[in-house]
Design a protein around this ligand. Structure first.
Ligand code: NDP
Ligand code: 8X3
Length: 247
Protein backbone atom coordinates (compact mmCIF):
# COMPACT_ATOMS: atom_id res chain seq x y z
CA UNK A 1 0.00 0.00 0.00
CA UNK A 2 1.48 3.27 -1.13
CA UNK A 3 0.12 6.64 -0.06
CA UNK A 4 0.60 9.48 -2.54
CA UNK A 5 1.04 7.21 -5.55
CA UNK A 6 -0.21 9.79 -8.06
CA UNK A 7 3.21 11.41 -8.55
CA UNK A 8 6.90 11.35 -7.73
CA UNK A 9 8.27 8.72 -5.35
CA UNK A 10 4.90 7.04 -4.85
CA UNK A 11 4.29 6.58 -8.58
CA UNK A 12 7.81 5.24 -9.21
CA UNK A 13 7.60 2.93 -6.20
CA UNK A 14 4.32 1.47 -7.43
CA UNK A 15 5.93 0.69 -10.79
CA UNK A 16 9.02 -0.84 -9.17
CA UNK A 17 6.96 -3.20 -7.00
CA UNK A 18 4.61 -4.03 -9.88
CA UNK A 19 7.62 -5.00 -12.00
CA UNK A 20 8.52 -7.40 -9.21
CA UNK A 21 5.12 -9.04 -9.03
CA UNK A 22 3.54 -7.32 -6.03
CA UNK A 23 -0.18 -6.61 -5.94
CA UNK A 24 -0.57 -2.96 -5.01
CA UNK A 25 -2.98 -0.59 -3.29
CA UNK A 26 -2.45 2.89 -4.69
CA UNK A 27 -3.86 5.98 -2.98
CA UNK A 28 -4.01 9.72 -3.53
CA UNK A 29 -6.40 12.61 -4.04
CA UNK A 30 -6.18 12.94 -7.85
CA UNK A 31 -8.55 10.34 -9.26
CA UNK A 32 -7.55 10.61 -12.94
CA UNK A 33 -3.91 10.04 -12.03
CA UNK A 34 -4.91 6.98 -10.01
CA UNK A 35 -6.88 5.64 -12.98
CA UNK A 36 -3.92 6.21 -15.29
CA UNK A 37 -1.49 4.51 -12.88
CA UNK A 38 -3.84 1.56 -12.32
CA UNK A 39 -3.94 0.90 -16.09
CA UNK A 40 -0.16 1.12 -16.29
CA UNK A 41 0.41 -1.21 -13.32
CA UNK A 42 -2.02 -3.78 -14.68
CA UNK A 43 0.23 -4.21 -17.71
CA UNK A 44 2.57 -6.04 -15.31
CA UNK A 45 -0.11 -8.68 -14.69
CA UNK A 46 -0.67 -7.81 -11.06
CA UNK A 47 -3.79 -6.83 -9.12
CA UNK A 48 -4.31 -3.17 -8.31
CA UNK A 49 -6.72 -1.55 -5.88
CA UNK A 50 -7.12 2.18 -6.24
CA UNK A 51 -8.30 4.19 -3.23
CA UNK A 52 -9.10 7.85 -3.65
CA UNK A 53 -8.79 9.65 -0.32
CA UNK A 54 -7.06 12.49 1.49
CA UNK A 55 -4.76 11.30 4.29
CA UNK A 56 -5.77 14.36 6.35
CA UNK A 57 -9.32 13.06 6.72
CA UNK A 58 -9.13 10.99 9.86
CA UNK A 59 -12.51 9.26 9.67
CA UNK A 60 -12.24 8.63 5.95
CA UNK A 61 -8.82 6.99 6.36
CA UNK A 62 -10.16 4.69 9.08
CA UNK A 63 -13.30 3.81 7.07
CA UNK A 64 -11.41 3.11 3.84
CA UNK A 65 -9.00 0.71 5.55
CA UNK A 66 -11.79 -0.95 7.55
CA UNK A 67 -13.76 -1.42 4.32
CA UNK A 68 -10.93 -3.12 2.42
CA UNK A 69 -12.01 -6.37 0.77
CA UNK A 70 -10.67 -9.32 2.84
CA UNK A 71 -8.02 -10.31 0.27
CA UNK A 72 -6.59 -6.77 0.38
CA UNK A 73 -6.31 -6.67 4.16
CA UNK A 74 -3.08 -8.67 4.04
CA UNK A 75 -0.89 -5.64 3.65
CA UNK A 76 2.77 -6.71 3.68
CA UNK A 77 4.28 -3.30 3.04
CA UNK A 78 2.99 0.18 3.81
CA UNK A 79 4.81 3.10 2.23
CA UNK A 80 3.86 6.28 4.10
CA UNK A 81 4.87 8.61 1.32
CA UNK A 82 2.08 11.20 0.91
CA UNK A 83 3.49 14.54 1.94
CA UNK A 84 4.47 17.99 0.87
CA UNK A 85 6.25 21.22 1.55
CA UNK A 86 4.05 24.29 1.24
CA UNK A 87 5.86 27.62 1.06
CA UNK A 88 9.41 28.61 1.94
CA UNK A 89 9.20 31.66 4.18
CA UNK A 90 10.69 32.98 7.39
CA UNK A 91 8.84 32.08 10.56
CA UNK A 92 7.61 35.68 11.07
CA UNK A 93 6.22 35.86 7.57
CA UNK A 94 4.77 32.45 6.76
CA UNK A 95 1.27 31.61 5.69
CA UNK A 96 -0.36 29.74 8.55
CA UNK A 97 -2.50 27.74 6.12
CA UNK A 98 0.76 26.37 4.68
CA UNK A 99 1.77 25.29 8.18
CA UNK A 100 -1.55 23.54 8.75
CA UNK A 101 -1.30 21.78 5.39
CA UNK A 102 2.16 20.38 6.19
CA UNK A 103 1.44 19.34 9.77
CA UNK A 104 -1.91 17.80 8.81
CA UNK A 105 -0.44 15.84 5.89
CA UNK A 106 3.12 14.96 6.87
CA UNK A 107 2.51 14.18 10.53
CA UNK A 108 -1.17 13.63 11.23
CA UNK A 109 -1.92 11.99 7.86
CA UNK A 110 0.99 9.59 8.29
CA UNK A 111 -0.28 8.75 11.76
CA UNK A 112 -3.90 8.20 10.66
CA UNK A 113 -2.82 5.78 7.92
CA UNK A 114 -0.39 3.98 10.22
CA UNK A 115 -3.00 3.66 12.98
CA UNK A 116 -5.46 2.12 10.51
CA UNK A 117 -3.03 -0.30 8.82
CA UNK A 118 -0.83 -1.33 11.76
CA UNK A 119 -3.38 -3.54 13.53
CA UNK A 120 -3.71 -5.61 10.34
CA UNK A 121 0.04 -6.23 10.40
CA UNK A 122 0.05 -6.91 14.14
CA UNK A 123 -2.71 -9.51 13.70
CA UNK A 124 -0.62 -11.32 11.08
CA UNK A 125 2.65 -10.96 12.99
CA UNK A 126 4.51 -9.46 10.06
CA UNK A 127 4.84 -6.34 7.97
CA UNK A 128 7.15 -3.59 6.82
CA UNK A 129 6.42 0.11 7.20
CA UNK A 130 8.36 2.72 5.26
CA UNK A 131 8.13 6.33 6.39
CA UNK A 132 9.36 8.86 3.88
CA UNK A 133 11.17 11.45 5.95
CA UNK A 134 13.75 13.84 4.55
CA UNK A 135 17.17 15.28 5.15
CA UNK A 136 15.03 18.24 6.26
CA UNK A 137 14.21 16.17 9.33
CA UNK A 138 17.90 15.71 10.08
CA UNK A 139 18.87 19.38 10.01
CA UNK A 140 17.21 22.77 9.82
CA UNK A 141 17.61 25.29 6.99
CA UNK A 142 16.51 28.87 6.50
CA UNK A 143 12.74 29.12 5.94
CA UNK A 144 12.42 25.34 6.26
CA UNK A 145 10.94 25.81 9.76
CA UNK A 146 7.64 23.90 9.73
CA UNK A 147 8.55 21.52 6.89
CA UNK A 148 11.76 20.59 8.75
CA UNK A 149 9.78 20.15 11.96
CA UNK A 150 7.27 17.81 10.32
CA UNK A 151 10.08 15.65 8.93
CA UNK A 152 11.88 15.68 12.30
CA UNK A 153 8.60 14.37 13.69
CA UNK A 154 8.63 11.59 11.08
CA UNK A 155 12.21 10.77 12.12
CA UNK A 156 11.25 10.44 15.80
CA UNK A 157 7.99 8.64 15.06
CA UNK A 158 9.85 6.10 12.96
CA UNK A 159 12.19 5.29 15.84
CA UNK A 160 9.39 5.05 18.36
CA UNK A 161 7.16 2.98 16.06
CA UNK A 162 9.99 0.52 15.56
CA UNK A 163 10.15 -0.02 19.33
CA UNK A 164 6.37 -0.37 19.72
CA UNK A 165 6.16 -2.88 16.87
CA UNK A 166 9.26 -4.86 17.80
CA UNK A 167 7.45 -7.76 19.37
CA UNK A 168 5.12 -8.04 16.39
CA UNK A 169 7.91 -8.75 13.89
CA UNK A 170 7.23 -5.56 11.94
CA UNK A 171 10.09 -3.79 10.20
CA UNK A 172 10.05 0.01 10.27
CA UNK A 173 12.34 1.89 7.91
CA UNK A 174 12.80 5.59 7.37
CA UNK A 175 13.96 6.78 3.95
CA UNK A 176 15.34 10.31 4.20
CA UNK A 177 16.04 11.75 0.74
CA UNK A 178 17.71 14.98 -0.21
CA UNK A 179 16.98 16.91 -3.40
CA UNK A 180 14.84 14.87 -5.77
CA UNK A 181 13.22 16.28 -8.87
CA UNK A 182 9.53 15.42 -8.66
CA UNK A 183 6.46 17.66 -8.34
CA UNK A 184 7.70 18.52 -4.83
CA UNK A 185 9.06 22.01 -5.60
CA UNK A 186 6.12 22.93 -7.86
CA UNK A 187 3.86 22.12 -4.93
CA UNK A 188 6.11 23.95 -2.46
CA UNK A 189 6.08 27.12 -4.61
CA UNK A 190 2.37 26.85 -5.40
CA UNK A 191 2.89 26.23 -9.13
CA UNK A 192 5.68 28.78 -9.73
CA UNK A 193 7.79 26.81 -12.27
CA UNK A 194 10.63 29.35 -12.31
CA UNK A 195 11.19 29.03 -8.56
CA UNK A 196 10.76 25.27 -8.69
CA UNK A 197 13.32 24.81 -11.49
CA UNK A 198 15.86 27.05 -9.72
CA UNK A 199 16.01 24.57 -6.83
CA UNK A 200 17.74 21.97 -9.05
CA UNK A 201 19.85 24.34 -11.17
CA UNK A 202 23.35 22.93 -11.67
CA UNK A 203 22.57 19.79 -9.68
CA UNK A 204 21.97 16.30 -10.94
CA UNK A 205 19.13 15.68 -8.53
CA UNK A 206 17.85 12.31 -7.39
CA UNK A 207 15.02 10.87 -9.45
CA UNK A 208 11.85 9.27 -8.18
CA UNK A 209 13.19 5.98 -9.58
CA UNK A 210 16.33 6.30 -7.41
CA UNK A 211 14.14 6.40 -4.32
CA UNK A 212 11.88 3.59 -5.56
CA UNK A 213 14.96 1.40 -6.09
CA UNK A 214 16.15 2.08 -2.53
CA UNK A 215 12.74 1.27 -1.05
CA UNK A 216 12.59 -1.94 -3.05
CA UNK A 217 16.11 -2.87 -1.95
CA UNK A 218 15.18 -2.46 1.74
CA UNK A 219 11.97 -4.44 1.26
CA UNK A 220 13.70 -7.28 -0.53
CA UNK A 221 16.30 -7.99 2.15
CA UNK A 222 15.79 -11.19 4.17
CA UNK A 223 12.98 -10.85 6.76
CA UNK A 224 15.41 -10.77 9.71
CA UNK A 225 17.16 -7.67 8.31
CA UNK A 226 15.73 -4.21 8.95
CA UNK A 227 17.31 -1.08 7.51
CA UNK A 228 16.38 1.46 10.19
CA UNK A 229 17.24 4.72 8.54
CA UNK A 230 18.62 5.57 5.14
CA UNK A 231 19.75 9.07 4.17
CA UNK A 232 20.21 9.50 0.42
CA UNK A 233 21.37 12.66 -1.35
CA UNK A 234 22.57 13.52 -4.82
CA UNK A 235 26.38 13.32 -4.97
CA UNK A 236 26.40 17.12 -5.32
CA UNK A 237 24.59 17.56 -1.98
CA UNK A 238 26.19 16.88 1.41
CA UNK A 239 23.34 17.90 3.71
CA UNK A 240 20.57 20.49 3.96
CA UNK A 241 23.06 23.37 3.80
CA UNK A 242 25.96 22.30 1.57
CA UNK A 243 25.68 21.53 -2.11
CA UNK A 244 27.92 22.07 -5.09
CA UNK A 245 26.21 23.51 -8.15
CA UNK A 246 27.84 23.27 -11.57
CA UNK A 247 26.62 26.45 -13.21
P1 NDP B 1 5.22 14.82 -5.30
O1 NDP B 1 4.60 16.16 -5.12
O2 NDP B 1 5.72 14.45 -6.64
O3 NDP B 1 4.21 13.68 -4.77
C1 NDP B 1 3.54 13.83 -3.56
C2 NDP B 1 2.44 12.80 -3.45
O4 NDP B 1 1.79 12.98 -2.17
C3 NDP B 1 1.40 12.93 -4.52
O5 NDP B 1 1.06 11.66 -5.00
C4 NDP B 1 0.21 13.54 -3.79
O6 NDP B 1 -0.99 13.06 -4.36
C5 NDP B 1 0.39 12.98 -2.40
N1 NDP B 1 -0.31 13.77 -1.38
C6 NDP B 1 -0.03 15.03 -0.99
N2 NDP B 1 -0.94 15.44 -0.09
C7 NDP B 1 -1.81 14.42 0.08
C8 NDP B 1 -2.97 14.22 0.87
N3 NDP B 1 -3.43 15.19 1.68
N4 NDP B 1 -3.63 13.04 0.80
C9 NDP B 1 -3.17 12.07 -0.02
N5 NDP B 1 -2.08 12.18 -0.78
C10 NDP B 1 -1.42 13.35 -0.74
O7 NDP B 1 6.42 14.79 -4.24
P2 NDP B 1 7.52 13.66 -3.86
O8 NDP B 1 7.24 12.39 -4.56
O9 NDP B 1 8.83 14.30 -4.01
O10 NDP B 1 7.21 13.53 -2.31
C11 NDP B 1 6.85 12.33 -1.67
C12 NDP B 1 7.34 12.40 -0.23
O11 NDP B 1 8.76 12.54 -0.21
C13 NDP B 1 6.81 13.57 0.58
O12 NDP B 1 6.53 13.11 1.89
C14 NDP B 1 7.98 14.56 0.60
O13 NDP B 1 7.96 15.39 1.73
C15 NDP B 1 9.14 13.60 0.64
N6 NDP B 1 10.43 14.11 0.19
C16 NDP B 1 10.60 14.68 -1.05
C17 NDP B 1 11.84 15.11 -1.44
C18 NDP B 1 12.09 15.78 -2.74
O14 NDP B 1 13.10 16.51 -2.87
N7 NDP B 1 11.27 15.57 -3.75
C19 NDP B 1 13.02 14.92 -0.58
C20 NDP B 1 12.72 14.33 0.69
C21 NDP B 1 11.48 13.92 1.04
P3 NDP B 1 -2.34 13.90 -4.61
O15 NDP B 1 -1.93 15.32 -4.83
O16 NDP B 1 -2.96 13.25 -5.79
O17 NDP B 1 -3.13 13.67 -3.37
C1 8X3 C 1 12.86 17.74 0.58
C2 8X3 C 1 14.32 17.99 0.66
O1 8X3 C 1 16.09 19.74 1.21
O2 8X3 C 1 14.16 20.43 -0.10
O3 8X3 C 1 12.41 17.07 1.70
O4 8X3 C 1 13.92 20.00 2.24
S1 8X3 C 1 14.62 19.62 1.03
Amino acid sequence: MITGATAGFGWATAIKFAQNGYNIIITGRRKERLNELKKLLETYNIKVLSLNFDVRKRDEVADVVKGLPEEWKKIDILVNNAGLASGLDHIDNSNIDDWDRMVDTNVKGLLYVTRAVCPLMVARGSGHIFNIGSIAGKGAYESGNVYCATKAAVDTLTRSMRIDLLKHNIRVTQIAPGMAETEFSMVRFHGDAEKANAVYKGIEALTAEDIANVIYYCASLPPHVCINDLVITPTQQADVIYNHRKI
